[in-house]
Design a protein around this ligand. Structure first.
Ligand SMILES: C[S@@+](CC[C@H](N)C(=O)[O-])C[C@H]1O[C@@H](n2cnc3c(N)ncnc32)[C@H](O)[C@@H]1O
Length: 218
């Protein structure tokens, strides 16, 4: 999608993807990663996700990347903190406590933003990209972050039933996108239609959420 599409979604408050609680994959699977608790986790396309709060509570430093200033400000407001703001090239960087959120295009993040990233948490990020853009995202992650591990929440549905975003990312797609750089392990496969009524209303008759653990191939 064009960046303007997402900026407008936030301006209009059309953010059906946002959840008022953290995602269940964190409770279920984050312990399977081997990165130390104090290490830095990148949350790409972070929105105002409370997954960042969960990761920080676990002791992680959290780097977020998000286009919309509305989302970034809403996240810090949800934490009851006033962030410090600085300009880094094309990005506005807002930070407070364990959080540093880079407001701007993730593909233009400078290397310095990612220097200490040990792991990536992706929920609703890969699936936000059109299939034609997904290889760019996967390659960018593999080549720009030193992350050794990644927890990825993917969606599997019949794309003819609904126009994205989100876009379907079945296991074969995840393997094709990340298999050359990461060893993949599928951790769970859950029927998720009941938890996603808006997607049912948009036409889906079946929806499976899969959680993958990716480990950088040595
Ligand atoms: C589907 S939402 C998911 C947000 C969050 N991960 C969550 O679980 O709520 C995708 C988010 O990515 C942001 N976004 C889209 N393209 C981006 C880009 N190129 N760089 C940074 N953020 C982007 C959008 O503004 C939107 O907030």
């Amino acid at each position: 999608m064009e960046n303007a599409f997402w900026i407008e979604r936030w301006q209009k408050g059309e953010i059906g993807f946002h959840r008022d609680v953290h995602h269940a994959s964190l409770d279920a699977h984050w312990d399977k990663l081997t990165v130390p608790a104090q290490s830095t986790v990148l949350v790409p396309l972070c929105g105002k996700s409370l997954d960042m709060e969960w990761l920080a509570r676990r002791g992680h430093k959290v780097i977020g990347a998000e286009l919309s200033g509305i989302a970034v400000d809403a996240f810090f407001a949800s934490q009851g903190v006033e962030p410090e703001t600085r300009q880094e090239g094309e990005h506005i960087v807002k930070s407070a406590g364990p959080y540093e959120i880079w407001q701007g295009d993730i593909f233009k993040l400078p290397q310095s933003a990612l220097a200490n990233v040990a792991a990536v948490y992706d929920r609703a990020s890969l699936v936000a990209f059109e299939p034609a853009m997904q290889p760019q995202y996967a390659n960018w992650l593999a080549s720009n972050s030193n992350a050794a591990e990644m927890l990825l929440v993917a969606l599997d549905f019949d794309p003819s039933e609904m126009k994205g975003p989100p876009f379907s990312t079945p296991e074969a797609t995840v393997t094709k996108l990340f298999g050359k750089d990461f060893a993949l392990e599928r951790l769970s496969r859950t029927d998720a239609l009941d938890l996603n009524d808006p997607l049912r209303k948009r036409g889906l008759t079946a929806l499976v959420e899969t959680v993958h653990l990716l480990r950088k191939a040595k």
